[in-house]
Write a protein that binds this ligand. Sequence first.
Ligand code: PGA
Length: 250
Amino acid sequence: MRPRVIAGNWKMHHGPAATRRFFGEFSPRLSDPEATILIFPPAISLPAAAESRGGRPEVSLGIQNIHWEPKGAFTGEHSAAMALAAGARFALVGHSERRHVFGETDAQVERKVAAAIGEGLAPVVCVGETLDERREARVEEVIVRQLDAALLGVPENAKKSVLVAYEPVWAIGTGETATVDDVAEAHGILRRRLKEVRGDGFAQEVAILYGGSVNPENAADLLSVADVDGVLVGGASLDPESFARIAEAC
Ligand code: PGA
């Protein structure tokens, strides 16, 4: 059985003080979630999140991006080991904003996945097509290429420590959600590809999350789709009440 994962990506929102306020309101609202709750605050807010989530061990933390090198002259970057020391147990890798705003490549995604696993962080590998790529019927080609590149960074014995998030770029922050049919098709493609590349045992262990305008109203429907093991929520994870409602939706 794969665990359910409800993840929140705060992007560049909530500094340390806002992070403490968030947990002050979020923790009491969370009754007894069946899912793993995972929050990706800005790196600078990780220590505040680690301190203030107190008493909710089912809430794990992650970093939104890492560098592949362990240290060095990389102004503005964070290593996987630093993220771990600050309380992170997961790392987003290849989020579409990293790919499309900051020019992150498949080759860099591979190195980041390897660095995360090497330091004991579980990478959450994000894949997804743009609107143009969808219109050109290239969804499978794009997400399989992105997945294959990321898997090159995964050592043979690391099966339990990788998660995948399908996030169609056109559905992120737009209020437009993929239909349940679109989601089922993409998740099916990813599960099949995991099996082809790494075998069925590996494929069955990997949680595949859906992301793109998930909110308290649509979360339950999305979570009921075959091969959807969780959701990765951006905007709706910033508000403690809405994120708690999503966490209770599965
Ligand atoms: P959104 O973002 O929920 O605001 O669309 C999702 C994401 O970027 O992970």
